[in-house]
Design a protein around this ligand. Structure first.
Ligand SMILES: [Zn+2]
Ligand SMILES: [Zn+2]
Length: 257
């Protein structure tokens, strides 16, 4: 069985065909998925998905790209995370690709999430883009290692992976690792220790080869696992078992269904 460690099933394209998306998951042996929230306004819909389906889990957080949204404080995140199906804080982090002026509010919001994760004892889902040095710096300053977590949709260098691993974090690969052009990332996927690897779709985005350009869905996390198995010269079943075990070790509040 596989786990999609990061998807957005509440987004319209996927929410509109919820039953079909769940059925395709089951048909492809994708047993569980973590539905990641990106703003507090949409959190009730994310949580409702996890409440409707035993094999879906939720996170609570505000994405660094969202500037015109309700700003969370630590107490509010901790309160919302106090639910058996909320297994993580995020997604949070820094994204200087879309926010080119590297605004201070992004860093303040990231610090708030790290503090909330430590306070409630649930791990972090970290998004980083064009901001690796600051992301790692804030993780160290706020003791993100105390909460643990995952660098999701990893696209950084081996050195950044090494620094995140040193902080006790897991590294999650998305469909990007299946792209032919992603040679440096393929090398990182060979390097990360098997007991720190996660796989994800980030659906509806980033559909893997051979579905590139289409609306992504959790069932296609299998293609991410296949590419990682190929790169590491390991049986697919070993990658499936390890990434599933890693998921439930990291997100220890998630119950297998
Ligand atoms: Zn992200
Ligand atoms: Zn995401």
């Amino acid at each position: 069985m596989f786990v999609d460690s990061h998807c957005h099933l509440d987004f319209p394209d996927l929410a509109a065909r919820e039953d079909a998306v769940l059925a395709t998951m089951a048909a492809n042996r994708v047993g569980h998925a973590l539905c990641v929230s990106v703003k507090l306004e949409d959190f009730p819909r994310v949580l409702a998905l996890a409440e409707r389906h035993a094999n879906l889990f939720a996170s609570v957080g505000v994405h660094p790209d969202n500037d015109d949204v309700e700003e969370p404080d630590e107490a509010r995140l901790v309160t919302l995370a106090d639910h058996p199906k909320v297994v993580a804080i995020g997604e949070t982090g820094l994204d200087y690709h879309w926010q080119k002026d590297a605004p201070e509010w992004q860093r303040a919001r990231f610090r708030t999430h790290i503090r909330a994760a430590r306070a409630c004892g649930k791990p972090l889902i970290v998004h980083t883009r064009s901001a690796a040095a600051d992301t790692l710096r804030l993780m160290r300053e706020e003791d993100a290692a105390g909460a643990g977590g995952v660098m999701h949709c990893f696209t950084e260098t081996r050195e950044v992976a090494e620094a995140a691993l040193d902080l006790g974090f897991y590294i999650s690969f998305s469909g990007i690792v299946t792209f032919r052009s992603a040679t440096e990332l393929k090398a990182v996927a060979q390097y990360v220790p098997l007991d720190r690897l996660l796989i994800e779709t980030d659906a509806p985005y980033l559909a893997p080869v051979p579905h590139r350009g289409k609306t992504n869905e959790p069932a296609w996390v299998v293609h991410v696992a296949e590419e990682i198995a190929r790169l590491r010269n390991e049986p697919l079943e070993r990658i499936a078992a390890a990434t599933t075990e890693n998921f439930f070790r990291l997100f220890r509040h998630a119950r297998r269904s």
